[in-house]
Design a protein around this ligand. Structure first.
Ligand code: NI
Length: 177
């Protein structure tokens, strides 16, 4: 396994709409290796999700996992999930505000409104269809990663930049203990 290089805001790949993955390529060893490397990279940098464009690959692939996380205490865990060619449908128009960060926008946090509940359809890493409902923080992570696949970052979704906060100040003033 390999830790992949994560690109930062300003790299053009983060602004491209990622290509759909041809389903027949999913079983290829090189593709499976890439998925493993994405997972390893997410763990290495302690992210709760990672999208392929963040590691310079403009394809519709995202990985996510929410465990007991020092950055996001008290949120329900989400098992390791690989989303290929995901589609999301909003279940209810209700939105909730919450803090987000991004490995491609290091050391910053900002408040982003996200839909509270989504239906998510995708292929998994075996190419089998996934169809599930994501709520609350899980739905937030899916929307954040889905956005990456559409060339968007969380800062684009912030209604105001007034909440943009450096990580050290966020830990001092905003992190609930
Ligand atoms: Ni991100």
């Amino acid at each position: 396994m390999a830790i992949l290089k994560v690109c930062r805001l300003g790299h053009p790949v983060l602004r491209r709409v990622a290509e759909l993955v041809p389903p027949e390529s999913i079983a290829q060893p090189a593709f499976q290796q890439f998925i493993d490397d994405m997972i390893e990279t997410m763990y290495e940098y302690e992210g709760v999700g990672l999208a392929a464009p963040q590691v310079h690959v403009s394809q519709q692939i995202a990985v996510l996992e929410v465990g007991k996380h020092p950055r996001y205490p008290d949120v329900p865990s989400v098992p390791l999930t690989v989303l290929i060619n995901p589609r999301v449908t909003v279940v209810s128009e209700e939105t909730v505000d919450g803090w987000e960060g991004c490995l491609s926008i290091p050391d910053l946090r900002g408040v982003v409104p996200r839909y509270r509940e989504l239906r998510v359809e995708a292929l998994d890493r075996q190419g089998k269809p996934l169809d599930f409902i994501a709520k609350d923080f899980h739905a937030r992570v899916v929307q954040h990663e889905y956005d990456h696949l559409q060339g968007k970052v969380y800062a684009d979704r912030m209604p105001s930049l007034e909440t943009l906060t450096h990580l050290t100040e966020w830990q001092r003033y905003w992190l609930k203990n």
